[in-house]
Design a protein around this ligand. Structure first.
Ligand code: CU
Length: 499
């Protein structure tokens, strides 16, 4: 992990954020849904700290955006603060709507004070959980919220129908040791997931933290992973899951068949690779069974036994590898996997994370007072046409998180050490590779991704660890229009902000 330059400024931290989800009454066909986001400065108190922060509609985390696959979204963002603003709809394919993608100075100029912009896009072929966040400097630490994409009306989930759906967002958190957090977890403002026995809950998990990959586990319970980055996966059961910043994971939680007369902690803490200082704090929430009406016990909730999950060690790369190997596309007849079988263009990127001399008059956090620096070395930068692209990225030093805008990609291979173009492709999974928008590249290893360049525009690719991005780990793809009329980027909207 990195050095957490701004970690201490994020002490107000949210541990878990709960938004109860109620399904709206709506017609059968795709519809247009309108939202308005007012960006304002607001005081927020979390864990006894009050801070003035930039928020959407005064909410922290921000309002949820709920839509069905196929719906059009019109989201008007009005900027009432001094900062420039832009919002990114993380993971939304933005087919031919690149103007609505959001990264400042890549697809749009930021929205200036007292200006507004309507993000206009349609959700095509995606269902699950995604999220939105500010995409300018570090503002996403407070400006983010969930995007919930329900399947088209009349099309069921490919898994058990959940009794309830609960979005949970991992944000920043305060520093503290585990015991302090456990005693804190007994306090009233801790996130509580209240459940009934014998039911199935769909937890929509988002890691909105700036810099930490997280292990997450619920004591004495397992979950079934069913969807990542708004794409169904082959369901698998696990006690612990790993979720990187920017990633989303839907899991089914089957509660115990009988009221257990106990309380269960849900905890998350970072997965750490490489050296350097890191935040090893644990965040906790509570899984609390509602007491049945006819249940007689003098035991108050406070006196019930509290079980804690056992999380893997902080640096458990073996767990991380096994977990990511379990992620496979569902690849069913209804939800087939369209992994490109042949490659038109190959790209090879070496992503380096190193140090450079500190500027004079500045204090730097790198080893021996140097400055951290990151780079993408593009060896074969040929501008792509509508073509298949394949990218093996080779990483040195530390794990990083590759996030691509405008596309989902298939993770066809990954490994440790050098990538060997003659040997490694033979082991690529071209049958049911996981399809996602953000992937962890192993520390000192490589990942090979494939995607179909079917979306014209300028698409940002960057590390979703905020420190790495600010050190320069970013680049953009330019995907040109294709020949057919439906392969062309539409003209920019009239209200596109000006710089
Ligand atoms: Cu994104």
């Amino acid at each position: 992990m990195g050095v957490f330059l701004l970690q201490s400024s994020a002490v107000f931290g949210v541990l878990f954020s709960l938004i109860t989800l109620s399904l709206l009454v709506e017609p059968a066909l795709s519809i247009t849904r309108h939202y308005k986001f007012d960006i304002k400065l607001q005081n927020v108190t979390r864990l006894c700290h009050t801070k003035s922060i930039v928020l959407v509609n005064g909410q922290f985390p921000g309002p949820r955006v709920v839509a069905r696959e196929g719906d059009q979204l019109l989201i008007k963002v009005v900027n009432h603060v001094q900062n420039n603003i832009s919002i990114h709809w993380h993971g939304i394919r933005q087919l031919r709507s690149g103007w609505a993608d959001g990264p400042a100075y890549i697809t749009q100029c930021p929205i200036q004070t007292e200006q507004s912009y309507v993000y206009n896009f349609t959700i095509v072929g995606q269902r699950g959980t995604l999220w939105w966040h500010a995409h300018i400097s570090w503002l996403r630490s407070t400006i983010y919220g969930p995007i919930i994409i329900l399947p088209k009306r009349g099309i069921p989930y490919p898994c058990a129908k959940p009794y309830k759906e609960v979005p949970i967002i991992f944000g920043e958190w305060f520093n503290g040791d585990t015991e302090a957090i456990i005693s804190q977890a007994r306090q009233t403002d801790t996130f509580k997931l209240k459940v009934k026995p014998g039911k199935t809950y769909l937890l929509r998990l988002t890691n909105a933290a700036l810099n930490d990959e997280l292990f997450f586990s619920i004591a004495n319970h397992t979950v079934i992973v069913v969807d990542v980055d708004a794409v169904y996966v082959k369901p698998f059961e696990t006690e612990t899951l790993l979720i990187a910043p920017g990633q989303t994971t839907n899991v089914l939680l089957k509660t115990r068949s009988h009221y257990p007369s106990a309380t269960f902690l849900m905890t998350a803490r970072p997965y750490v690779t490489g050296q350097g200082t890191f935040d090893n704090s644990t965040v906790a929430g509570i899984l609390q069974y509602e007491k049945p009406r006819n249940f007689r016990s003098s035991n108050s909730i406070k006196n019930r036994p509290l079980f804690k999950p056992v999380l893997p060690p902080l640096n458990d790369t073996s767990f991380a590898t096994k977990f990511s190997n379990k992620l496979r596309s569902l690849a069913s007849a209804q939800f087939p996997v369209n992994v490109p079988q042949k490659v038109d263009k190959q790209f090879f990127f070496t992503v380096g994370l190193g140090t450079s001399p500190c500027h004079s008059n500045e204090t730097c956090q790198g080893p021996n007072g140097t400055m951290f620096a990151a780079s993408v070395n593009n060896v074969s930068f040929t501008m792509p046409n509508t073509a298949l692209l394949q990218i093996p990225a080779y990483l040195v030093l530390k794990a990083t998180l590759l996030h691509l805008h405008g596309f989902n990609f298939f993770v066809v291979g990954q490994g440790f050490g050098n990538f060997y173009p003659n040997k490694d492709p033979a082991n690529f999974n071209l049958v049911d590779p996981v399809e996602r928008n953000t992937v962890g590249v192993p520390s000192g290893g490589w990942v090979a991704i494939r995607f179909l360049a079917d979306n014209p525009g300028v698409w940002f690719m960057h590390c979703h660890l905020e420190v790495h991005t600010s050190w320069g780990l970013k680049m953009a793809w330019i995907v040109l229009d294709g020949k057919l009329p439906n392969q062309k980027l539409l003209p920019p909207p009239a209200d596109l902000p000006k710089c």
